[in-house]
Design a protein around this ligand. Structure first.
Ligand code: GLV
Ligand code: MN
Ligand code: MN
Ligand code: MN
Length: 406
């Protein structure tokens, strides 16, 4: 029996929150600013490596800054998530899964089980791509291709990972692990609304993500007649409206798409923008639907550029296909949930991405969710009651117990 220590778990979770904690004086609550490869991210990973070592695990950084806490046993499950955050992130997204994994591996060792390893993947939040660290580790994204990716602030992945070069060791082969289990906050409203304590994930949706750039003619905002302007922002606005209309026949209520980052060039009140570069991301559980949406995006961008005498660049598309969780892990989690919170849990899909998607290329994976207050995440306001955090930890430990060593 793995007997976890809720106080030690919560203390570690709060300590991790202190790396990059946003200023509470500004009303940002428990929010965190700890993007991948920032100083707080690297400091947090160094601290985590120390905590792993104290727990009897061997800390190991790979060439992109994924941090493993390796168990002695040659084979066993991997537990964890990521410890980087969005530019304005919550304190639990990723951190919860890493600290829950650490606590369970630590408690298991005390009970004589030495097979559980822990991980904090790097750049799950996609400063450079889509779940970058675990995508590279799993072979989904070749390292030489990743190196040329750039963040919205213009840094290359090659330059960013160089900041952890003094820590970097060799790759850890995914084949060493018998499975991957990740606890996470739900990041959506369903558990909180229903007053349920646990979600057992059955599948993670797929994602496509690219940068689109309309190029028109930069010009004087006072003297250039409206008729005949080649305003890159107006092309973006027309594109946004047109895809919403064209998607209508293709999408389901679960399909989502987001333009989350826009850069107008040169970005001045008195200049008609000559260039509009923006992120275009879409997610769905069906790869055919993702492909149909891609065709609409490409055709619409081309038509709008042509009609306005502009050009459009469609950048490299990154993506992950939808994945199903392994039935054996799902059933272990479901049985543990039913025992801990009878009738107060559900099976559900994940609309958020997770490192488990990449791990699934090599091993059976599973995920457990705990409620997100108000369904808010990727925001400083993200939060979960401590009682729910601890219950999630206990359910995960019970699931690991049921799955057994190896
Ligand atoms: C990452 O958190 C994502 O789901 O986009
Ligand atoms: Mn996350
Ligand atoms: Mn996230
Ligand atoms: Mn995520």
């Amino acid at each position: 029996m793995i007997s976890v220590d809720p106080d030690r778990f919560l203390a570690d979770l709060h300590r991790l929150q202190s790396f990059g904690a946003a200023n509470p004086g500004l009303g940002s609550g428990k929010g965190v600013v700890r993007p991948a490869y920032s100083d707080p991210d690297i400091a947090a990973r160094r601290w985590l490596a120390g905590r792993m070592e104290e727990a009897g695990l061997a800390p190991w950084f790979d060439p992109v800054g994924n941090l493993f806490g390796l168990a002695d046993a040659e084979r066993g499950m991997l537990l964890g998530s990521h410890s980087d955050t969005q530019p304005e992130g919550g304190w639990l997204d990723g951190a919860l899964g890493v600290i829950a994994g650490l606590e369970i591996a630590r408690a298991a060792r005390a009970a004589g089980r030495q097979d559980l390893s822990v991980v904090s993947f790097q750049d799950e939040e996609g400063r450079f791509g889509v779940t970058t660290g675990s995508a590279i580790w799993s072979g989904q994204l070749p390292l030489n291709e990743a190196d040329s990716l750039t963040s919205p602030d213009g840094e290359s992945f090659a330059a960013a990972r160089q900041r952890m070069a003094d820590l970097a060791g060799d790759w850890i082969a995914p084949g060493r692990f018998a499975g991957f289990l990740e606890m996470h906050i739900e990041q959506g409203p369903w558990l909180d609304r229903a007053g349920e304590a646990v979600g057992v994930v059955e599948a993670i949706v797929g994602i496509r993500d690219m940068t689109i750039t309309f190029k028109g003619q930069q010009n004087h905002a006072g003297t250039t007649p409206m008729a005949g302007r080649r305003d890159a922002f107006q092309a973006l606005a027309a594109f946004n409206a047109a895809i919403a209309e064209r998607f209508a026949n293709v999408v389901t209520p679960q399909t989502v798409w987001t333009i989350g980052h826009v850069a107008l060039h040169p970005g001045a009140h008195s200049v008609v923008p000559g260039r509009a570069a923006f992120s275009m991301q879409w997610r769905d559980s069906d790869t055919d639907r993702l492909a149909r949406m891609e065709r609409i995006i490409r055709d619409t961008a081309d038509e709008i550029a042509r009609a306005r005498g502009m050009t459009v660049d469609l950048g490299r598309m990154l993506g992950l296909d939808p994945v199903a969780m392994a039935p054996g892990i799902v059933e272990a989690c479901a049985a543990a949930a039913e025992e801990a919170v009878p009738g107060r849990w559900r099976r559900m899909p994940s609309g958020a991405l997770h490192d488990a998607t990449n791990a699934a290329r090599h091993m059976p994976v599973g995920m457990l969710f705990v409620p997100s207050k108000g369904g808010i995440s990727h925001d400083f306001a993200e939060d979960t009651d401590e009682a729910d955090l601890v219950r999630g930890l206990q359910v995960m430990a019970a699931a690991v117990d049921r799955l057994g060593p190896g």
